[in-house]
Write a protein that binds this ligand. Structure first.
Ligand SMILES: [Zn+2]
Length: 299
């Protein structure tokens, strides 16, 4: 190879390498970062704004996050007002028109219907979610619907890699659909069982697996429990024969532990998102771990 040919190859490789990461994606939560990775692999570079050990209702719009949004081609967030306290600020501060609206702004909540949409808005009801419950990452069918929409968005923003995205979506759909069948078979004994929750984070998981929520440690979302509420909850937990008290990895363990001590019902920390425990390395691990942890206490 002469020097000129070598130079051409070098340029081609350099451009190829640039093409290999055609989009910068900013995901608000780990589950959407993982989903983008399933659908795009190394075709995009992914920044995740939060971890499983943070409460995504209340995130600080830090300069490091603003910098990530500033260079993003696509922002992927839950929506349904989950990030209302910080995402609008990140986008405003970043001053990046690509992700302020239009195809670069992807809200998972726009792709599905939410549960628990309040019929009236009343702030006395606590920190309610007017767009419905935003914690839908624990419904595998909604995740699949979101995957399809996100894949179409990736292809729209990066048409050169459209075939890659299409193939990866097909592959993900096959593996995810098979996994759902496995999870449903495994979790069958949980059907009809009762749970108490810390925050109302589990309605989608409960609806999917047929669990019944009989109480919540937070009497109203975002409001800490009073002693009267806790006393009542002890009665409910015992009389309903709840099998578990559920909380997410980021939540304070004290209220659930207290209830557990007073009722003998085990408190279980579920990962809630990717990275919430050792097993939850991706979306598949997140669901595997969640079901294993529920089954471990559902005797
Ligand atoms: Zn919430």
């Amino acid at each position: 190879m002469n020097r000129f040919a070598f130079l051409l190859v070098t340029i081609a490789v350099a451009f190829g390498a640039r093409d290999a990461s055609a989009l910068d994606v900013f995901a608000c939560e780990p589950e959407w970062g993982s989903l983008a990775h399933e659908l795009a692999g190394d075709a995009v570079s992914i920044d995740v704004g939060t971890t499983a050990l943070q409460d995504v209702h209340v995130i600080e719009a830090k300069p490091s996050l603003i910098a990530k949004v500033r260079k993003a081609d696509l922002v992927v967030c839950t929506g349904a007002d989950l990030e209302i306290g910080w995402l609008p600020q990140l986008i405003k501060q970043a001053g990046n028109p690509k992700v302020a609206s239009g195809p670069g702004y992807f809200l998972a909540s726009d792709q599905i219907t939410t549960l628990e949409k309040p019929s009236k808005l009343d702030r006395s009801e606590g920190d309610i979610h007017p767009q419905g419950n935003p914690h839908f990452q624990m419904d595998p069918y909604r995740v699949l619907a979101i995957a399809k929409a996100l894949d179409a968005r990736l292809a729209e923003l990066d048409p050169k890699n459209a075939a890659t995205y299409q193939q990866k979506l097909a592959d993900f759909t096959t593996r995810w659909t098979a996994a759902i069948k496995g999870w449903e078979a495994k979790a069958a004994p949980l059907k009809g069982r009762k749970v108490v929750v810390h925050h109302i984070s589990w309605i989608y998981l409960e609806t999917w697996l047929g669990l019944e929520q009989v109480g919540a440690l937070e009497p109203k979302p975002g409001v800490p429990p009073t002693s009267a509420h806790l006393a009542n909850l002890v009665d409910i937990t015992k009389s309903s024969h709840a099998f578990a008290i559920l909380r997410a990895a980021y939540q304070d363990s004290k209220p659930g532990d207290w209830l557990s001590e007073h009722t003998g019902v085990p408190a279980v920390t579920l990962p809630f998102t990717v990275g919430g425990d050792d097993q939850s390395k991706d979306l598949f691990g997140l669901y595997d771990s969640t079901i294993d942890k529920l089954l471990a206490v559902a005797k």
